[in-house]
Every structure is written in C-alpha cells, then in structure tokens.
Design a protein around this ligand. Structure first.
Ligand SMILES: [Zn+2]
Ligand SMILES: [Zn+2]
Length: 361
C-alpha cells in the first residue's frame, strides 16, 4: 500500500491536478457565459453526444482493445482516427495510457498496479493521475507500441492534437450552429469532463461493485449499469479474465457499443483478425465459478462428479479439434467442432439441471 502515501502536496503533478479540478469549474463558467451571451440551443446536445461516443470509443476501441490488448487489427486510417480523437479525450498519449493499462492487468490489485483499487476508490478513480510518476516508470514504454510510427506520432504531437480534436473541433461545430462558445462549453470542455469520469469509473467502480461470473482471482467485476456509461467496458470481470477478446460484453444482448463498432469496422474490412474466446472456455469459467459458489454454500458436489467428467472430456476434445483446425482449416473439422460443441453444451445443461437438485448441508 504505497499509492495514497504518495498523495502529498509536494508530490502532486500540477498540470494533471489543475486540469482535473479546473475543467469541471470551467464547464460551469463556460455554459453560464454561453447561455447569457447566445441563449441555449438544445440541438447543441446532438454533437455533444456524438463527440462523447467518438472520443470515448477512440479510447475503448482504440487505446484499450486495439493497442493495449491487440484484440483485433485495424488499417492505418482507422488507427489514425482513433488516435486523433482519443487525444481529444485528454487521457494522455496512447503510448502512456497503454503502458499504464498493461501494468494494471499484469499486476492487478498490487503496489505495481498504477490504479490499485486496494488504495481506495479515490486513488483508483483519479488520485493516481494527480501525483508525479515514480522515477522507475518515467519514459518506460511498451516496446511494441514504441516501435509503432503512428502511436509515436500521436505521442510526439499529443498536446496540439488533443487541443485540436478536444476543443477546436467542438468550437468549430458550435460556430457552425451559431455559437462557438456553446460548442466549446458543451461539446468540448463539458464533454471531456463527462468522458473522463465515465472511463475513470472502470478503474474505480468496476473494481468495487458488481458480480464475478467468470473469475474471483482479482477484484474486477461485471456491472451492466457502468457498461451503459462506459461504451460496454463495464463487463470488467469478463475482460480481466479474457483480456485479449475484442468483446467485453460477450453475450450478444449485453450493451457493448465498442464491440458493435469493431464488428461494423470488420464488416467493411477496416478491422480484422478479431480475437474471440471460444464458447466452451467461457462456459467452463462460468461453471467453475458456480461450482465454487455451491461449495461455499455447503452443497455436496459428489452427485455431479460423473457429469463433470463428461464436461471435461468434451472440453478437451473441443480444444484438440480447434488446435487441428488452426493447422488445417477443413470443412470436416468445422463440422466435428459443431457436433462436439453440441455435446459439450448438453453436458453443461445436464450439470446445471442436477445442480438445482442438490441438497445443502
Ligand atoms: Zn481493471
Ligand atoms: Zn484492459
């Protein structure tokens, strides 16, 4: 526990701290000035919502899933757009953001985790951004990203880029709608503050409140309400366990607009090589968590042993078939995978049904 100990007045990063404190105050002042000067045009909320999605999803689809986790690949034009508007979210350059984020996954819940939730809500939410970087992390970046010319271009010109896409474009949109001040206040600064806290919540809220359907090996939790505000990133328990999957809300009905955006880009051929965790791995993780929960409630699991053996057997077969399929993409193998998956799911259903009949000690 060393994070909050570093939260001292002499150790504050004054640029970041001032920005985080002054932008909400500036939002109120600018909106007041706008209303007094030009009145309030409710239509100004349309570009504000558009920029909320564009800058926020440039973080979630770009900084997070594309660059930090390499969950899919994208052509250079998409990457350029994501880097340009990701800068407009004012969350640092992608190079720095992704390096911090990889540390978060590797050292989750420990002192080496930059936004370690064990230090409390405030530290994980924004406190960590307000203190000076420890010397040992200064200018230490992920090697693959430091070798990426587009990422380095954004890192080098981060300041003009974020002012351009975060403030100047919104002011120009406002100007086209009759008030540059309204654009700057609502589409620019106000939107930055809103996007800030929606994404900061992933490091705080999503490690404090929610459920653990897939793993309890770390503090990450699934939280559908948070997913609504964070472009789908609230399914954080799934994400921490299957971090290379391009989806966070893995079920088709789960609200994950970042996943839908990647799917749309994939349809047009702009995004490709989407990484998906196999269905059986996801279901098996859920089963192990249910099993744990039943055992904790004193259930006698011996009646499920035979059914579990069948699940394990079909799981192993599926994994072997998938390995073969990666070597030789044959139609025959595809069919066999489909058949085996049916058997696996039938075994899972039998287990789930019997689990409802268990007696508890
Ligand atoms: Zn996390
Ligand atoms: Zn992540």
């Amino acid at each position: 526990m060393k994070g909050m100990k570093r939260f001292r007045i002499d150790n504050l990063d004054w640029v970041n701290t001032s920005f985080l404190i002054l932008t909400p105050i500036a939002t109120i002042g600018l909106i007041a000035a706008y209303v007094i000067k030009d009145g309030f045009n409710p239509l100004m909320l349309i570009p504000a919502v558009f920029m909320y999605f564009l800058s926020g999803m440039s973080i979630t689809a770009g900084y997070h899933r594309l660059l930090s986790h390499k969950a899919y690949k994208a052509n250079k034009y998409i990457k350029f757009v994501l880097l340009l508007f990701g800068a407009g979210a004012f969350q640092n350059s992608a190079l720095k953001w992704c390096t911090d984020h990889r540390r978060h996954h590797t050292f989750c819940d420990t002192d080496e985790d930059p936004y370690n939730i064990k230090e409390g809500f405030f530290w994980a939410h924004m406190g960590w951004i307000m203190v000076k970087e420890e010397d040992k992390y200064l200018d230490v970046y992920a090697k693959d990203l430091a070798a990426d010319p587009l990422v380095m271009w954004q890192h080098k010109y981060y300041l003009p880029l974020c002012v351009f896409s975060g403030f100047i474009i919104p002011a120009l949109i406002g100007w086209a709608m009759g008030s540059w001040l309204g654009g700057l206040a609502i589409v620019g600064v106000g939107r930055v503050v809103f996007v800030h806290h929606c994404t900061f919540f992933i490091n705080s809220w999503a490690h404090m409140w929610g459920t653990q359907p897939y793993t309890d090996t770390n503090t990450a939790l699934d939280n559908p309400l948070l997913a609504f505000f964070s472009y789908g990133e609230g399914y954080h328990n799934f994400h921490h366990f299957f971090q290379n999957d391009y989806r966070n809300g893995v079920k088709w009905w789960q609200y994950d607009p970042t996943k839908w955006l990647i799917n749309i880009m994939n349809y047009f051929g702009w995004a490709y090589s989407l990484k998906r965790t196999s269905e059986e791995e996801i279901l098996k993780a859920q089963l192990l968590m249910k099993e744990k929960m039943l055992a904790e409630h004193g259930a006698d699991l011996s009646a499920l042993e035979q059914l579990k053996l069948k699940i394990d057997e079909t799981f192993r077969n599926l994994q072997e078939l998938r390995r073969e399929f990666r070597r030789s993409h044959s139609e025959d193998l595809e069919l066999r995978i489909k058949e085996e998956l049916k058997d696996f799911k039938a075994a899972m259903r039998a287990w789930s049904y019997s689990a409802t009949q268990l007696s508890f000690a």
